[in-house]
Ligand binder design. Structure first.
Ligand SMILES: [Zn+2]
Length: 454
């Protein structure tokens, strides 16, 4: 019974696993097929992986080059943007390159260019790209010009592009400030108009006097550094036209996916997102600050004010007598005139060494019986020590050294201790060799004999 249940569970797991793998394979095929299907004649095209619908009023400022938020992209997702067109020759080539890869992008047109080349603006629309605006004359003074002038630049650029399109629905409420020279007043005006301000996440410096190879290198390197984001390019630049095929090819090789961004409308709802997705690198759940509790909002029941303290209530008013200040510190209770801490008691003078009696000379004299015993012990111990030293010279030396050290410890390290050992050797009388060659040696032997007898 148990065995059949176990087999049944295992079988269901296998079926679930197979279905999961099949679903994943079908999803992969669907994505790949979608890219290829959207790009007939170009089976290896990079394609556009998805369309992101954004609400400008919910997220009015995007692009981490200047703002905290950016588009809610997944890792390895890229949004291509092109500024300053349309310029017939270069912009048309950019459109052809993008079409060959079935890539959808966002173009920020200049009003004056749109008036000169309205067909170019319509080509952008017909190719399915998003169209934002980039001012009327591209002045690089948005950060310091009067707000009324900035408003005029913004409004005229929109009007010129709309006039070229002939269709208001084809224009996205997206605006990029020329030179990214932002100003608070300009941003507030754009927000009030429901227009989303697009900075970028990284440029490729294609407006500078650099080679197309350099544009390619910068685009790929900066994208790799961030892993995803909005790439800023210029469709009017020949070097960009030259670099773009390689950039798109490299994006595909490295597994990047193109995202097309369109504005939300009454008919088209914004793509559901979470607030943290609008950050380029949202803090991980493992980062403590992202889980830190919010500061609560307090509401105070009683908002009456306490009386402000006056200077006379302070304790450090130097005009007060010290006793008065002390009384106030004690809470009004008068303090005793003298502190209750016990007074120090005078101690009797310490006795010094000069008070001890001088030892008599007889204290240091050895009696005859001790003198005899020392000499006899020295004679008896000498052969045994010699034999021991012959057998184990090193250990014997250490033994003697240890004995000497212990003796010195006992006698103290003072010069007086050495003098006393010498005195013992001399006291032997009948062993002048010891006295001559070191009285301490005789004394060490005595110590060894004593140790052996224990
Ligand atoms: Zn520009």
């Amino acid at each position: 019974m148990i065995g059949s249940v176990s087999v049944g569970v295992r079988a269901r797991r296998w079926v679930a696993l197979c279905l999961y793998l099949l679903f994943g394979l079908l999803s992969w095929i669907t994505v790949e097929t979608a890219s290829a299907a959207d790009c007939p004649g170009h089976p290896d095209a990079l394609g556009t992986s998805r369309t992101l619908v954004v609400d400008p009023r919910q997220h009015p400022r995007i692009g981490t080059m200047q703002y905290p938020e950016t588009l809610p992209l997944e890792d390895h997702e890229v949004v291509l943007t092109f500024d300053d067109g349309p310029l017939p020759r270069n912009s048309n080539q950019v459109l052809e390159i993008l079409a060959a890869q079935c890539v959808k992008a966002t173009f920020f047109t200049i009003g004056r260019m749109a008036r000169e080349n309205p067909a170019g603006v319509r080509k952008l629309r017909d190719a399915g790209h998003s169209i934002g605006t980039h001012s009327q004359n591209h002045p690089l003074t948005f950060h310091k010009m009067p707000i009324e002038q900035a408003k005029q630049e913004i409004d005229d650029g929109i009007a010129s592009t709309l006039a070229a399109l002939g269709d208001g629905a084809a224009l996205a409420p997206f605006f990029r400030i020329p030179g990214l020279l932002r100003a608070e007043g300009v941003e507030e005006y754009l927000e009030s108009q429901g227009i989303q301000i697009w900075s970028a996440d990284f440029p490729a410096d294609d407006w500078r006097h650099v080679s197309s190879s350099r544009v390619y290198d910068l685009a790929i390197k900066r994208l790799e550094d961030k892993g995803k984001g909005i790439l800023l390019l210029h469709d009017i630049q020949a070097r960009t036209v030259a670099a773009l095929p390689r950039i798109l090819q490299e994006l595909k090789t490295r597994g990047y996916r193109i995202v097309h961004v369109v504005p939300a409308t009454v008919e088209l709802a914004a793509t559901p997102t979470e607030p943290q997705q609008w950050q380029l690198h949202p803090p991980s759940e493992t980062v403590a600050i992202s889980r830190w509790p919010k500061i609560p909002t307090f509401s105070f029941a009683e908002t009456g004010l306490l009386p402000a303290p006056v200077l006379s209530d302070s304790y450090w008013n130097d005009d007060w007598p010290i006793a008065d200040r002390a009384r106030r510190r004690a809470g009004g209770v008068p303090l005793p005139a003298q502190a209750p801490w016990p007074q120090p008691t005078p101690l009797p003078p310490q006795r010094t060494a000069s008070d001890l009696p001088v030892p008599a000379q007889s204290v240091f004299e050895l009696q005859d019986k001790f003198r005899f015993a020392f000499a006899r012990a020295a004679r008896t111990a000498e052969p045994a020590v010699t034999a021991e030293q012959r057998q184990e010279p090193d250990s014997a030396k250490r033994h003697v050294a240890d004995a000497g050290a212990s003796h010195r410890k006992a006698a103290g390290k003072s010069h007086a201790g050495r003098v006393r050992r010498t005195g013992v050797a001399h006291a032997g009388g009948r062993a002048p060799r010891h006295a001559t060659h070191g009285g301490s040696r005789a004394l060490k032997r005595v110590v060894q004999v004593k140790k052996r007898s224990v």
